[in-house]
Design a protein around this ligand. Structure first.
Ligand code: GRF
Length: 216
């Protein structure tokens, strides 16, 4: 199977980006990471990329007069990279509809809640405020809405009695670091099929002999 090219967009800390490049290093994802794109020249994810030998593309939001100009520059970088998949991993801006349309089916996002609950910013704070007993994380394809695209992978995380935003966020983050590489792996193995809102996960190569669709 040809190795896919993936690119990651991250605005800050980049722990999900790190989880992805670590999984590639361990050969758990048949992909190469062709770039880290960031809107923030101070992002810690830049250091992570440099350490891993991943090319860095800074499209500094503050350097552009308008959001449109910024998005044009971002789009040019994305086109140049010509990745099979672009992953929003802590990318803190909403992509304009032009980019979402152009890269439809090739944009993935990770969100720290069980969507459709608690979309947008501070999802963990929203979950605690609502009083849910279970939260989690969601990896989904990106559409033009806010955290509203078809769901690829979800996992639950319990909310503990004594949780505060920080402790719940940390527990969810540990789960994100498992779910995001898993969703990328499925994409890179050509095992995701979108049917309307549902993302079907096709069997892998080690599936039972009765299923010949993906048997080599
Ligand atoms: C994660 O919780 C992610 O779900 C959210 O932003 C956070 C980014 O963390 N979209 P990191 O930069 O990957 O450490």
């Amino acid at each position: 199977m040809p190795v896919k090219r993936i690119a990651v967009l991250a605005s800050g800390r980049g722990s999900n980006f790190q989880a992805v490049i670590d999984a590639i290093d361990r050969r758990e994802i048949p992909a190469s990471c062709c770039g880290l794109i960031t809107d923030n020249p101070g992002a810690y994810s830049i250091e992570r990329a440099e350490k891993a030998g991943v090319p860095v593309y800074i499209v500094d939001y503050a350097a552009y007069p308008t959001k449109e100009a910024y998005e044009q520059a971002l789009c040019r970088v994305m086109e140049e990279l010509s990745a099979d998949l672009y992953i929003l991993a802590g990318y803190m801006r909403i992509l304009g509809s032009g980019i979402v349309k152009q890269f439809h089916g090739r944009l993935m996002n990770i969100h720290p809640a069980l969507l459709p609950g608690f979309p947008g910013l501070h999802a963990q704070r929203q979950a605690l405020g609502y009083g849910v007993k279970v939260s989690g994380c969601t990896v989904h394809f990106v559409d033009e809405g806010m955290d509203s695209g078809p769901v690829i992978v979800q996992a639950c995380v319990p909310v503990e009695e004594e949780d505060e935003e920080e402790t719940l966020s940390a527990r969810i983050l540990a789960m994100e670091h498992r779910c995001l590489p898993e969703a990328i792996r499925l994409f890179c193995e050509d095992r995701l099929m979108v049917e309307g809102r549902r993302v079907r996960i096709l069997p892998g190569r080690t599936a039972s002999p009765g299923n010949t669709r993906h048997t080599p």
